[in-house]
Design a protein around this ligand. Sequence first.
Ligand code: PLP
Length: 389
Amino acid sequence: MSATKIIHSVPSDPLTGSIAVPVYQTSTFIQEAPGVNKGFDYARSNNPTRKALEDIVANLEGGHSGFAFATGLAAIDSVLKLLASGDEIIAVDDIYGGAYRLFTHVYEKLGIKVKYVDTTDVENLAHEVTSKTKLIWIESPTNPTLKVSDIVAISKIAKSVDAWLVVDNTFASPIGQRPIELGADIVIHSGTKYIGGHSDLVAGLVVTKTEALSEKIKFIQNASGGILGPWDCFLTIRGIETLDIRFRKQCENALEVAHYLERHPLIGKVFYPGLEGHKNHDIAREQQNGLFGGIVSFVLKDDTQEAANAFVTNTKYFKLAESLGGVKSLLCHPAQMTHASIPRAKRLSSGISDSLIRLSCGIENAIDLVSDLEHTFNIVNQHKNAVIA
Ligand SMILES: *Cc1c(COP(=O)(O)O)cnc(C)c1O
């Protein structure tokens, strides 16, 4: 979808001509007679500011309907509520830590079985699906090892067993990738990340492909009530207006950073779908519209938590914080931060080694981001040499 179309999908207010979407800060709506209203009755069920955001997001992802939730995890939770005890989920092994925690500690207790599979090879998935598989849950690229899975191929496997394919599209953003066009049934986003884009809110989004799925999620949204408030809907809409230009700049910066890291002598491995050596580089190029994302992860040669700690506490522009996708660059150490809830053995088996560091490139000048990393490597190296001497 073009930047023009995205910007002009944000409606102006027909009542006043306000070019920005008004914030309807209200809990209820006056009715002319019981049940006779202007399309809104109570703000959990619907709110005009939220509706504007939901329509914009449905359009952005090419789906039937959009739904806005309080956080990305509330959005994920609403999708899991489509399931019943006895159903099975097959999820990508390198899944977001919070999703893993929700699956394992909430939904497995309720009788839902989850199998984790390396979905970067479609055959792995083909072997695991059964008639009980109701959801196939992937992220592409994944967090934080940037694994890429073939959405078109996986959607065919999902169809063959009548399961829904859910794609967490947070990392690619709708600018890079539109999973519904590639065969997904449901797309979810942590709106906290690229879509919001300014590290000033938390939000979650669900987009459904069919009317039947829209009705189910609408019911769950109203029944469970984890909606996004009007002010945060407004901020999310404001973020979407600049999503295209921000995301392209972030991808450009990340590619430069990845190329720099790849050549650095203190680096053990770089994870970035835009590098030719990446396992599914060609699939990423195809399904992400040539935009490989703003996240780059790397492992140090000295693959220890101590080395990672020394690195992440010495950068200047890359601020040490959870989250990603904002205009300011961030970095984090997943093993101690975002992925601390995943047991170490499981972390290691999905490639999150002790020194893995995740960078979220913002929209600063690439040259400054690279020199920040260069400067940090020099500090860490001097410190190490001093210790050895
Ligand atoms: C952050 C994130 C989530 C969770 O979103 P919140 O808004 O933090 O609840 C889910 N999936 C991915 C890939 C994420 O990065």
